[in-house]
Design a binder for this molecule. Structure first.
Ligand code: SF4
Length: 297
């Protein structure tokens, strides 16, 4: 099965030791069964260290759910003080478990292809995705020969055609971005309503709670989308949401965009990239938050 991705995708590189907000902390990393077996069968002193850093929780399955036990400061036990990974240094990147190897990439499985993207909780992904100035297009990347391919049914075809039309509208620079948002959806929540929704979601960091806590619920941020200093980044962000959430539709993408712009309006000194990183880490990477928002639309 072929895999496609936005044309910036192959350019992504993890900045490892230079990362200020490493993804190797504050998340519990689940180890997939294949990698777990590999760790169990490795020999040598480092293999002992790996095994002693893993706990297997009883989830009712035959083996349980193995994961690395975070240190008291929330960092992965393999993460060094200089931000590099001991596991990669000792055994190479091929020794990483699937979650670490794939992060911050995401995958949407269609009947006849896999769509891959780069998630915005990663500080190296944000300038690449939001700063992209060559227009949105998809390129073919690796094949996935072990994934079988089927003909998409009518509904799937309709959903993706509608998503692709929405991406074209979102990218049409003959109109201000606020107008494009108006063409994508007939209805939008008020800032107050969006704030109410944000407050009801699960939040992982106090920084994010502080950022949205300043919104206040009154001032509409639609005008900020047309600010020449931000409009290209907001366009790319809207396209990212449309691409990532095809089944939820354009309304969700527009509301997510406006949650970010509401936040920027309330925190003009915070910087758009930092707000996007907090938004993505807290809202997108919690399994149920996007479903919660979509259900309320
Ligand atoms: S957040 Fe991104 S840049 Fe930072 S360590 Fe993780 S993958 Fe690398």
């Amino acid at each position: 099965m072929k895999a496609v991705a936005p044309s910036y995708y192959p350019l992504f590189r993890c900045i490892a030791g230079d990362c200020r907000h490493t993804c190797c902390a504050n998340w519990e990393v689940d180890i997939d069964p294949e990698t777990y077996d590999k760790y169990m069968n490795m020999s040598g002193a480092f293999a002992e260290r790996i095994r002693s850093s893993i706990v297997v929780e009883d989830d009712g399955s035959a083996v349980g759910e193995p994961h690395f036990v975070l240190r008291p400061d929330g960092r992965c036990p393999m993460l060094r003080d200089d931000g590099l990974c001991d596991l990669i240094l000792a055994c190479g990147e091929e020794a990483l478990c699937r979650v670490c190897d794939e992060h911050p990439r995401f995958f949407n499985f269609r009947s006849d292809r896999i769509e891959c993207g780069i998630g915005l909780s990663c500080e190296a992904a944000i300038p690449l995705v939001l700063g992209w100035d060559k227009g949105f297009s998809l390129v073919e990347i690796n094949d996935y020969p072990d994934v079988s391919e089927e003909e998409p049914d009518e509904l799937e075809t309709e959903v993706y055609e509608s998503r692709d039309r929405a991406i074209r509208t979102a990218s049409d620079r003959s109109m201000p971005l606020s107008l494009r948002v108006g063409l994508l959806t007939d209805e939008l929540w008020t800032t107050e309503k969006r704030l109410e929704v944000l407050m009801s979601l699960e939040s992982l960091s106090s920084e994010w709670v502080e950022l949205y806590g300043r919104i206040g619920g009154k001032s509409d941020s639609l005008d900020l989308l047309d600010d020449p200093g931000y409009t290209q980044c907001f366009e790319n962000l809207l396209v990212y949401f449309l691409f990532r959430y095809p089944w939820e539709g354009a309304r969700l993408a527009c509301e997510l965009l406006l949650m970010v712009s509401d936040c920027l309006k309330a925190n003009p000194n915070a910087g758009l990239f930092d707000i996007v990183r907090e938004f993505s880490s807290n809202v997108e990477y919690s399994d149920c938050n996007i479903d919660d928002i979509a259900e309320r639309l």
